[in-house]
Design a protein around this ligand. Sequence first.
Ligand code: TA6
Length: 309
Amino acid sequence: MITTVTLNAAIDKTYYVPRFVPGEVHRVAQQIAEPGGKGNNVAKVIRLLGGEVTASGFVAGNNGAFIEKGMQAQGIHTAFVAVAGESRVCLNIMDESNSQSTELLEQGPKAGHMELAELNLRLGELTQKSNIVVLSGSLLPGASAGLYAELIDTIKSVGARVFLDTSGAALNAGMEAKPHFVKPNEHELAAWLGKEGLSETECIEAARQLSESGIPQVCVTLGERGTIALIDGAGFRVTPPEIQAVNTVGCGDSFVAGMAFSEERGDAPANRLRIATAAAAANAMSERAGHFEQDVYEKLIDQVKVAPL
Ligand code: TA6
């Protein structure tokens, strides 16, 4: 089984508007509400790929109940810890005239010491039944930047592999605890090095540095240019298929889902990258975040190019 952890779960709301102009009143042409937050999107896509998955983390209030029920309706086991307040709404405004998206992400509720201890306990139990635990997304407001590092230590001590997908101080501190997999994009990698931006050669060098520091899988995502990956010391360059993107929210989560699902069933690294990239591309072709159509995904797998670095 795979367990996902979303500390700051969300309702992902997408508003489609014919043309988005800041400062103007808009009539929403179409709206979609989905259980979301990065880890929950990962769980949804693992399920679509056919994997067995339990979603954990924190949920709060009526929004939390919507998230939990929505996950269960998609065939996902849930083991969330309840906190006071309301789970956040993450709003994505899609401009249909140019397919540009504008995201507004609420802060979300806080968790106290008792609730953090309960999550630790829950994760200890889930980890015993899991080969992989995926930690994704931002921390709750007020949480220590070292929280992911603490969770990684706990999960590793029980014996599961940890995937980490976050950003900023939480990513920097989390990488110190040597998770099994990280997926920084080029901007997150530059921030880790204290730089403004990185060339592709510098991205490769930074990925090697992380890999040599004890993180077995480093995937640097470059958006529509693909991915540079170092898996157990071997380097890969992944080129995605050319597609017509509808909504790119959740593509990174779909990539993580593909890597976790494919590794758990024992695929070789190049195949993992192929499945992850096809899942991400198929997500971009769906109106819903953290979702794809099966036939679209299957057609894309053979169009992904994976070459040695
Ligand atoms: O990756 C997209 C997304 O999962 C959205 O669905 C939205 O929930 C958001 O990320 C949350 O990101 P954060 O890093 O704040 O947890």
